[in-house]
Design a protein around this ligand. Structure first.
Ligand code: KG4
Ligand code: ZN
Length: 335
């Protein structure tokens, strides 16, 4: 079955063709990096307007580069839950128009489920059950994946998501947006032991996360050294900050795996592209005899292939939406 995926929940206008929930035929992503750099982040209203300008071209490009025609599309899936309301509306409206005119099923997808399927697309042999760490600009969640489309939330962020912390720290230092890739790169030149930043909630029994205090302590360390006229290599701060985040993410994920006696974990979302995170996860999992999976780099950050794959799985469960499908900006992740 040929599914067209549409993703416009934040700043990426994306469309993709996926066959049978497994084979990515095309994966087109138009970023708004020019706007992000101009405004230092996403401005919801401006992002939504840019989606309306681009969505038609992006869908056409996905269909053409996938070597298919509109008439061959058998279902349309769009992100309808979690994201910026104006942005979500653009993708869902486009998906409805196609579903109506092509007379094919419409499926609304939760963005987090999309990220889970990015890993399933990248690693078709990844077994269930497993523990999935979804770590992005908007979410830091530990999810017990009992089966496809059957989830249990084990932990969540209490304040900033990990990617958000990367973005805010990069913004504070004026080194670019989004902050994750910049800090990832800068950290390769820094000493990760130069500063011992706090590992929030690491010692407690909860599987929840909190990164707001870590961000404050990085800013305080910087300010106090500047006040003392000390020169600070920003690379060392970046590497030490990244190490604190990585430490917390890996430790909590492995604790969840141990508590649930699961020997497979997956990491997904934009932050799963982080090189140090992948390295520490791989080493720690090898020591504990745990298998770890990451998405292909092209599927870590927001894309529509993951939405098409999740939509296909939902359709197989007998779920399809009507043309009254609405968007929900902050819907709980249903299990
Ligand atoms: O999944 P995503 O594209 O959007 C959301 O669903 O939020 O994730 C974007 C986030 C941003 O916060 C960005 O800074 C972060 O992923 N990110 C990274 C890296 N690449 C993207 N964080 C750390 N290291 C990276 N290499
Ligand atoms: Zn995302």
């Amino acid at each position: 079955m040929l599914v067209l995926g549409v993703e416009t929940s934040c700043d990426e206008t994306a469309a993709a063709l996926v066959a049978d929930g497994k084979v990515v035929l095309s994966n087109v992503i138009a970023t708004q990096l020019d706007l992000l750099n101009k405004y230092g982040g996403v401005v919801p209203e401006i992002a939504a307007r840019r989606h309306t300008e681009l969505i038609g071209y992006v869908i056409k490009e996905a269909v053409d580069s996938g070597g298919k025609t509109l008439a061959e599309i058998e279902a349309v899936a769009a992100t309808s839950k979690n994201g910026l309301i104006g942005c979500l509306l653009v993708g869902v409206a486009a998906a409805k128009a196609l579903s109506y005119s092509l007379r094919v099923p419409l499926i609304g997808v939760h963005h987090i489920e999309g990220h889970i399927f990015a890993n399933i697309l990248s690693n078709p042999k990844m077994p269930v059950p497993h523990i999935c760490l979804t770590v992005s600009g908007g979410h830091t969640m530990l999810i017990y994946v009992h089966d496809y489309c059957k989830y249990e939330i084990l932990g969540n962020t209490l304040d900033d998501a990990a990617g958000e912390a990367f973005d805010k720290i990069a913004k504070f230092f004026g080194i670019g947006f989004p902050g994750g890739p910049v800090i990832d790169e800068l950290s390769t030149k820094g000493d990760r032991k130069a500063f011992r930043f706090p590992r929030p909630l690491l010692g407690s029994s909860t599987l929840d996360f909190s990164f707001s205090g870590l961000k404050t302590s990085v800013i305080n360390a910087f300010k106090s050294r500047i006040a003392a006229n000390e020169v600070l290599p920003v690379e060392d701060i970046a590497a030490s900050f990244q190490e604190a985040i990585v430490d917390v993410l890996v430790s909590k994920t492995l604790r969840a795996a141990s508590e649930r006696q699961v020997s497979v974990v997956s990491v997904t979302g934009g932050v799963s592209a982080n090189r140090r995170l992948r390295e520490v996860f791989s080493n720690a999992c090898q020591r504990k005899g745990i298998e770890v999976f990451f998405p292909k780099l092209s599927l870590c950050t927001d894309n529509a292939a993951m939405i098409a794959a999740a939509g296909y799985a939902r359709l197989k469960e007998g779920e399809a939406a009507g043309l009254d499908l609405n968007v929900i900006p902050s819907a709980p992740f249903e299990v």
